[in-house]
Design a binder for this molecule. Structure first.
Ligand SMILES: [Zn+2]
Length: 339
């Protein structure tokens, strides 16, 4: 098969479009012909070498395609999207339905080979059949960021109708998903972005208050929009660059949920504010298979729509990753293998 692999860690130039062996079949797995694979920041971390990987490596967590080989009861030809969380299926966490707490947890394309290829092999319990009306590009753009945002808002923050939710980085994968999920649950959404064009897109997705984080004072704008109260929930994934401002946006008793740190992972907290204002700081990582299935119901019914920024041919994966690194995107960047 053709695949995009890297043989050493480094910049986008280490990505090579080349021949690679087809993934071997294994028990309880299906072989999927990749029709689309969305990028995630995780792919950038893996390429840069934040965690050492076996070489050569194929990235790619978010896959949609067709089942081409199966010994597990899924008919060949079934159109599917892939749940990117890989877990053992046997431990206490997995059996309790909390597979994202599995000690053996992995995201497809991290310790395993992923979807920057014509073929990928995944466990049978990770494929979700697609309705005919859902295209491969939008299906690939859905799983990782929507399951992440669902877990943050619905499970971790236990969002309620009428609450105020601040979503940082409306144009990011998690940001565009979180705006839609918060809106779907009856929250009032405040969102930030760095350009007016992105702010307009955020409004289309359901944000009622938008704030330019380059041009405006974020905590001041949040106080203005909330009658000086602050927001009930902050959706954080930016890290060092925004941490202090995010805390200043919280109402008394507010919850800050974080799933990432794209600008750096060191942060400080003044404990006097943590206890006296009764904040909750909540870590969140990916989401469970059951949560993805729940979110997918709203995707298939048209109530959640992944924003797709741009589609690149698989062979241009390096250009696609550079596009993501430059933060000019709104929504997901997707790769498509040649027909
Ligand atoms: Zn497990």
């Amino acid at each position: 098969m053709k695949a995009v692999r890297f043989h050493q860690h480094g910049g986008p130039d280490v990505l090579r479009y080349e021949e690679a062996p087809d993934p071997p079949m294994a028990p309880n797995q299906v072989l999927v012909r990749v029709r689309a694979c969305a990028l995630n920041h995780l792919d950038l971390w893996n390429r840069r070498g934040v965690v050492r990987l076996a070489m050569p490596h194929i990235s790619g967590a978010d896959v949609a395609g067709e089942v081409v080989e199966s010994e597990s009861g899924v008919p060949v030809g079934t159109r599917v999207m892939v749940q990117p969380g890989l877990s053992c299926g046997r431990c206490r966490a997995c059996l309790a339905g909390q597979d994202n707490m599995c000690p053996h947890y992995d995201v497809l394309g991290s310790q395993s080979d992923g979807g920057y290829a014509e073929l990928v092999r995944v466990p049978v319990q990770n494929v979700i059949p697609l309705p005919d009306a859902i295209g491969f590009v939008e299906a690939a753009a859905f799983p990782l960021t929507f399951v992440t945002a669902w877990h943050m808002l619905v499970t971790k923050a236990a969002i309620r109708p009428g609450e105020d939710v601040l979503v940082l980085g409306a144009g990011s994968g998690v940001g565009q998903a979180a705006i839609q999920i918060a809106w779907l649950h009856g929250a009032r959404v405040l969102a930030t972005a760095g350009t007016d064009e992105k702010l307009a897109r955020a409004r289309e997705l359901g944000a009622t208050e938008v704030i330019n984080h380059h041009a405006q004072d974020l905590p001041a704008e949040v106080r203005r929009a909330t009658d000086n109260r602050g927001v009930d929930v902050v959706i954080e994934h930016v890290g060092t660059a925004t941490w202090q401002r995010s805390l200043k946006c919280l109402a008394r008793g507010g919850r800050l949920v974080t799933c990432g740190a794209t600008t750096g992972h060191q942060a400080e907290i003044d404990l006097r504010f943590l206890f006296s204002r009764q904040y909750s700081l909540i870590g969140s990582y990916m989401g469970t298979k059951a949560e993805l299935l729940r979110a997918a119901q709203f995707f298939f019914s048209g109530e959640l729509k992944p924003a797709v920024d741009r589609v690149f041919p698989l062979a241009e994966a390096a250009a696609a990753q550079s596009h993501l690194e430059e933060s000019r995107h709104f929504g997901k960047v997707v790769l498509q293998p040649a027909e």
